[in-house]
Write a protein that binds this ligand. Structure first.
Ligand code: 1GP
Length: 242
């Protein structure tokens, strides 16, 4: 196995300080067509991606292990688990986003799963990056809302989203993820990204429903430090060439 990439959180902080914008390609192990994996890896290498996120709402453990092993073997990018639940922990990755679903009021996603995951994580050398996760209403029901049985925050209610992000920062989260949900009809509103960026210090991840390169640039301009692209790249491996 290749050497682990360490200090991913520190690198994100430095990128933010230097105004360098980051991009993660999100791969859902359940949607990977294995015969195409080599082609996918070539396309990831040719893309401007700085990180690979791996995860999904429901993932079979063996597929996760296999995919992580392949990605670590074939790329030099940091591979970060973006888990749907504690079954999605693998020592093969470099880091894991230790998520708290702050927009919801389901205790499983606020503390129960974290309690289940902590002893498992303790035995790995994964870098654990605590991340506030805020789901924003996006025009259609997304897998995160369905699986977590939580409601997203109203996209018009900027005050509540801001209060949630502030609370997440004060609780000690190291990153804040503004999520419209995979395949969202509407991405996170730009004015919302801007407001949160003006009011919190920690790096901001934005994802869900971003379908073109212009959308990525707009999110950066509004204040996103790292943008996540899943569905658009999944549907078109030439996405970044357009
Ligand atoms: C989902 O934010 C990510 O958790 C990416 O969303 O699949 O819509 O790009 P998309």
């Amino acid at each position: 196995m290749k050497q682990k990439i360490s200090n991913i959180h520190q690198q994100i902080l430095e990128a933010k300080k230097n105004g360098q914008k980051l991009l993660a390609i999100l791969l859902d192990p359940d949607k990977i067509v294995w015969e195409n994996l080599d082609h996918l890896v070539v396309k990831i290498k040719q893309s401007p991606a700085t990180h690979i996120f791996v995860g999904g709402s429901i993932v079979k453990a063996t597929i996760l292990e296999d995919l992580l092993a392949e990605l670590k073997q074939k790329t030099n990018l940091p591979v970060v688990i973006f888990p749907g639940d504690p079954s999605q922990i693998s020592p093969q990755a470099d880091a894991i986003l230790f998520l708290s679903l702050l927009s919801g009021r389901n205790p499983d996603y606020l503390i129960e799963y974290q309690v289940q995951a902590a002893p498992i994580l303790k035995k790995t050398n994964l870098e654990v990056i605590s991340t506030g996760y805020i789901l924003i209403e996006s025009g259609n029901e997304t897998a995160v809302a369905r699986v977590s049985k939580t409601k997203p925050l109203n996209r018009e209610n900027l005050d509540l989203v801001l209060a949630t992000a502030l609370a997440g920062e004060m609780l000690g989260n190291k990153l804040m993820y503004l999520e419209a949900g995979s395949g969202a009809k509407n991405a996170v509103p730009l004015e919302m990204i801007q407001l949160i960026a003006q009011n919190i210090e920690i790096p901001i991840i934005v994802g869900g429903g971003i379908v073109d390169l212009h959308g990525i640039q707009k999110a950066y301009k509004a204040g996103a430090d790292l943008v996540v692209i899943g569905t658009a790249f999944e549907n078109d491996s030439h996405f970044f060439e357009s």
